[in-house]
Design a protein around this ligand. Structure first.
Ligand SMILES: [Zn+2]
Length: 544
């Protein structure tokens, strides 16, 4: 018995067909025969990307793919970016029409454009690029599920998540489990799988309407029925490359697994059994490309006849006959020599301009350089002070690694405050109530877990004894007095920092769910101070 399939992405074809699956061994044995057939055909025939031979029809399909864009649309001073990928995509589409662009998730991020638009900026750029389908990555939920829902409504392509469900059951928002896309009469099934890590990485309240089910179980349930409906099956996975290999081993039926999340650069053809696994790294530094030929016999049965890169290189043998030059590696580098695609630039420009207006607003003046780095980065202390001021908490804690930029003495803009947090995302602030004993246990647990101090603190002072197991708290003050074990304090910080503290110190009463971020806190703090001195240091002292 096969599981009934849930609804596919709307507006996409869903027809019955008797698609059958060829096996790897059979494909190999047919290769030479097919090469002969293909070579016998004039290249003019391939302009229609179909070859009719001995009652069978051969159709060329090209999948191009990206993953982990993290909002990189127009990188100014580095390689990569969606706009460059779109330029190469345009070239490939000029070669033949059966080109499908898939993206494996982590689309939106803490760039100024995505921050101000709630991710609509990058989604709009992907619309212009002609992305055919994408999978929801964990970062799609960085601004909360409600913000993602709004961004989803702007996507002109299906965003998929077969294992992401509404808590009350059924599909969540417009996040269908799969899509069936048409490429020259070949039905390409695309099943979207999201990482379970989303649950650990995001604050529970921000994804409370959702459940994330086991992606392997979901795939096992859906693949047999989905195979019946399509000629080629792709897992568009945001699981990471290790999990992708496990998926290929444990869930038979995928022709291709196009992955993301682990930022793995798969620079050569990686086969696991019958399944080709691909991933491009991140930030569209490369565009992935998979070319394959689907053979359909007189009875309508279809199978993949050959794949670029499979054993004997199909591309080398017949690219001249087909009039198409195939790459001899799965990744096409997107370096600075490639100009950005004008359609993508045009779609993104309104968001860029809005971001520039926002970032250029003057907000104050730094009276001294406030650098990052060192045991107690002054810039991180400034952000911790800003968080304490915005939340009104007794104690604020900030991940020092998230404060990746410093301030230079002189006039400050909102952009300078924004850049304190650099590219970091998931910056929403949470306030909880903890006892003194709990704070001590929580901080001590974090110092031991990391083996060092990676927190900036405001409203408290610590004396630490370095030990091989990590720094040990000898003395702690809060609100100017020794920390009292039984007293209650309010503690604010980035949601993931507070989660880590609760993991180490035990559950705490949540007083304020995430809303504002470290960025707003920094901007408001500088605006309030107007003239910003270097924040005091010595809040965390190591005893010798
Ligand atoms: Zn990810």
């Amino acid at each position: 018995m096969q599981a009934a399939l849930p609804r596919p992405a709307s507006g996409l074809i869903e027809r019955d067909c008797s698609g059958t699956r060829g096996y790897f061994a059979e494909r190999i044995s047919r290769l030479m025969r097919i090469f002969a057939l293909l070579l016998a055909c004039a290249s003019a025939v391939w302009s229609s990307v179909r070859v009719e031979a001995q009652g069978s029809r051969y159709t060329l399909v090209t999948l191009i793919h990206t993953n982990d864009l993290h909002g990189r649309v127009l990188p100014s001073d580095e390689n990569g970016g969606l706009a460059r990928a779109a330029t190469v995509a345009r070239r490939i589409r000029a070669e033949h029409p059966n080109v499908i662009w898939l993206d494996a998730g982590d689309i939106i991020h803490g760039t100024p454009e995505d921050y101000l638009s709630g991710g609509i900026a990058t989604v709009s750029a992907m619309n212009a690029a002609g992305v055919a389908a994408a999978t929801a990555g964990n970062h799609e939920f960085d601004f909360g599920a409600d913000v993602f829902r709004r961004a989803l409504a702007h996507a002109q392509f299906p965003l998929l998540g077969a294992n992401v469900r509404a808590r009350e059951g059924g599909q969540w928002a417009s996040l269908p489990p799969y899509a069936i896309l048409d490429a020259g009469g070949v039905r390409i099934g695309v099943l979207g799988l999201a990482t379970l890590q989303t649950v650990d990485l995001q604050w529970p309240g921000r994804i409370r309407d959702l459940t994330f089910e086991d992606p392997f179980e979901t795939a096992r349930k859906l693949v047999p029925a989905l195979r019946e409906q399509c000629d080629v099956l792709v897992a568009l996975s945001h699981l990471g490359s290790v999990e992708d290999e496990r998926l290929a081993r444990e869930v038979p039926g995928f022709d291709f697994i196009i992955g993301g999340h682990s930022h793995t650069v798969i620079a050569d053809w990686r086969w696991v059994g019958d399944t080709l696994i691909a991933q491009t790294g991140a930030y569209a530094r490369a565009l992935g490309r998979i070319d394959f030929v689907v053979r359909r016999d007189e009875a309508g049965k279809a199978e993949i006849a050959s794949v670029n890169g499979q054993n004997t290189r199909w591309s080398d043998l017949n690219h001249q006959a087909m009039g198409i030059r195939f790459p001899d590696a799965p990744l096409i580098p997107l370096d600075r020599s490639i100009s950005p695609d004008p359609d993508v630039v045009e779609a993104y420009t309104p968001f860029r301009l809005e971001a520039e207006r926002f970032l250029s607003r003057p907000i104050g003046e730094a009276l001294a350089d406030i650098p990052t780095g060192g045991d107690e980065p002054p810039a991180a202390n400034l952000v911790a002070d800003a968080v304490r001021d915005m939340t009104g908490a007794d104690v604020a804690v900030v991940d020092t690694k998230s404060v990746s930029g410093g301030l230079r003495a002189g006039p400050l803009t909102a952009g300078d405050a924004f850049n304190l947090i650099g590219g970091y995302t998931r910056q929403h602030l949470v306030t909880v109530r903890m006892s003194g004993a709990q704070i001590r246990k929580a901080l001590q647990g974090e110092f031991v877990r990391k083996g060092r101090v990676e927190l900036a603190i405001s409203g408290a002072r610590l004396e630490l004894q370095p030990t091989p197991a990590g720094p040990v708290i000898q003395r702690m003050e809060a609100a100017g007095r020794p920390l009292e074990d039984s007293a209650l304090y309010t503690v604010a910080g980035q949601a993931y920092v507070i989660t880590n503290l609760m993991n180490a110190g035990g559950p705490a009463e949540v007083l304020a769910e995430p809303s504002e971020t470290t960025r707003e806190a920094a901007i408001e703090w500088i605006r309030k101070l107007k003239r910003v001195p270097a924040p005091d240091t010595g809040r965390i002292r190591f005893l010798q």
